[in-house]
Design a protein around this ligand. Structure first.
Ligand SMILES: *[C@@H]1O[C@H](CO)[C@@H](O)[C@H](O)[C@H]1NC(C)=O
Ligand SMILES: *[C@@H]1O[C@H](CO)[C@@H](O)[C@H](O)[C@H]1NC(C)=O
Length: 364
C-alpha cells in the first residue's frame, strides 16, 4: 500500500517535472527571432500615434479596428496592419506599442513611431494637420535611446542592444501623395522636376537613416513605395475611366529604383550595417491585377466611406470586408495586409527583396 502511494507520488512528480520542461521549451520556442523591432512610417502602419494630435489623419473610432482584437486603436485598417503581421512573423506575442503610449520595459521590445500623413520631408502632409514627420519620429527615437541607456546602464549598452533589433522604415508614399502629386497644396512640383525631387528625397532619407545607424541600428529593412495611382483615393479624384493613374505609379516606381540603387551605397557608407529594400509595390500590385484569383471581388473602391477621404464614424461599410482589397481610401483591408505582409517578410520572387528578405535579416 505504502509502496504504491510512493510510486504514485513519484509518478506525479515526474509528470509535473516533464510538464515544467515542456512549458520551458514552449517559452523558449516563443522567443521572437530578434529581441526588438522598431518601426518608422506613415498611416499604413501608424498604430495610434496621431490619436492625440490636432489632425484629420487619425482614426481611433469605429468602424476602424472592427476586426482588431483591441477594437479601434488608431490603426488605419479594419484589423491588423502590415507591421503588426510582420511582428507576428518575427515571433512577437504582443503588439509593438505606439511611441505615444509605450512605457517602461515595453520599449525594450520595440516601438512603433509611425504617424499618418508623415513623410521624409517635413512639410509633407501639412494640409491634414499635425503629424510626426520622419525627423520628428527620429527625435522621438532619440528619447527612446536615452531611456534605453537608463535601463541598460549606459549609451554603449543601448547601442549594442539596438544592433540586434530589426529596424523597419516604410516612408515616401506621402512625399508623393500628400506633397509632390498634390499640386493644390504643395509647390514642390513647380520647384523640382520629378528626378530632382526624387534625388532630394533620397538624399534626405540617407541623412535621416544615419541617425538610426549612429545610435547602433545594424539591421535595417526599408520598404519601397506602393502603387499610388491605384488607391481608391487617386481613382476617385483623378481617374475618368476608373483605371489607375499611371503617372502616379511611375513616380512611385522611379523612387523605388533609386532607393534600390542606394541600398549598396547604404551598406558601404554605414559599415557593419545590413540594409535591405523590400518591394512595397508589386506585392500590392499583383493583388490588384489578379484580385479575383486572390479571393477579392472589389479592388478599386473603399470598403468603408466614399473612397475620396477617410472613413468617418457613421459611414456605411461593405458587408464583407474580406472581399475588398482596400478598407478605406488608401489603406488595405486586413485580408490584403495578410497577403502583402507574408511576402514582405519572406520573399516569394527574387525581386521582392534586395539583397535578401526580412526573414534572413532576422537570422543574421
Ligand atoms: C539624435 O541623436 C543623434 C546622435 O546623438 C544626433 O546626431 C541627432 O541630431 C539627434 N536627432 C534629433 C532629431 O534630435
Ligand atoms: C466573405 O468573403 C469571403 C471571400 O470571398 C468568403 O470566403 C466568405 O465566405 C464571405 N463571408 C460571408 C459572411 O459572406
Amino acid at each position: 500500500m505504502a509502496k504504491t502511494k510512493e510510486v504514485e507520488k513519484w509518478t506525479v512528480m515526474s509528470v509535473v517535472a516533464a510538464a515544467v520542461i515542456i512549458l520551458k521549451a514552449a517559452t523558449v520556442a516563443a522567443e521572437p527571432q530578434v529581441p526588438c523591432f522598431y518601426i518608422f512610417g506613415d498611416s499604413l502602419i501608424d498604430n495610434g500615434n496621431n490619436n492625440d494630435k490636432l489632425t484629420i489623419a487619425k482614426v481611433n473610432f469605429l468602424p476602424y479596428g472592427i476586426d482588431f482584437p483591441l477594437g479601434p486603436t488608431g490603426r488605419f485598417s479594419n484589423g491588423k496592419t502590415i507591421a503588426d503581421l510582420i511582428a507576428e512573423f518575427l515571433g512577437f506575442e504582443d503588439f509593438i506599442q505606439p511611441y505615444a503610449t509605450a512605457r517602461g520595459n515595453q520599449i525594450l521590445r520595440g516601438i512603433n513611431y509611425a504617424s499618418a500623413a508623415g513623410g521624409i520631408r517635413p512639410e509633407t502632409g501639412r494640409h491634414w494637420g499635425e503629424r510626426i514627420s520622419f525627423d520628428g519620429q527620429l527625435r522621438n527615437f532619440n528619447n527612446t535611446v536615452a531611456q534605453l541607456a537608463a535601463i541598460l546602464g549606459n549609451e554603449g549598452a543601448a547601442s549594442h542592444y539596438l544592433g540586434k533589433c530589426i529596424f523597419f522604415s516604410a516612408l515616401g508614399n506621402n512625399d508623393f501623395l500628400n506633397n509632390y502629386l498634390n499640386t493644390k497644396f504643395y509647390d514642390t512640383s513647380r520647384r523640382y522636376t520629378l528626378p530632382q525631387y526624387i534625388s532630394l528625397l533620397i538624399k534626405q532619407y540617407t541623412s535621416q537613416l544615419k541617425v538610426l545607424y549612429d545610435h547602433g541600428a545594424r539591421k535595417v529593412a526599408l520598404v519601397g513605395t506602393s502603387p499610388l495611382g491605384c488607391i481608391p483615393f487617386t481613382i476617385a479624384l483623378r481617374s475618368k475611366d476608373g483605371k489607375c493613374i499611371e503617372g502616379s505609379n511611375r513616380a512611385s516606381q522611379m523612387f523605388n529604383v533609386q532607393l534600390r540603387a542606394n541600398v549598396d551605397v547604404f551598406n558601404r557608407i554605414f559599415p557593419g550595417a545590413q540594409f535591405i529594400l523590400v518591394d512595397g509595390y508589386n506585392p500590392i500590385n499583383d493583388i490588384l491585377i489578379n484580385y479575383e484569383a486572390y479571393g477579392f471581388k472589389v479592388k478599386d473602391k473603399a470598403c468603408c466611406g466614399r473612397s475620396s477621404t477617410i472613413c468617418f464614424p457613421n459611414d456605411v461599410k461593405c458587408p464583407n470586408r474580406s472581399e475588398y482589397v482596400y478598407w478605406d481610401f488608401a489603406h488595405p483591408t486586413e485580408a490584403a495586409c495578410k497577403l502583402i505582409a507574408r511576402r514582405v517578410y519572406a520573399a516569394q520572387k527574387p525581386s521582392d527583396a534586395y539583397p535578401f528578405d526580412i526573414s534572413r535579416l532576422a537570422r543574421l
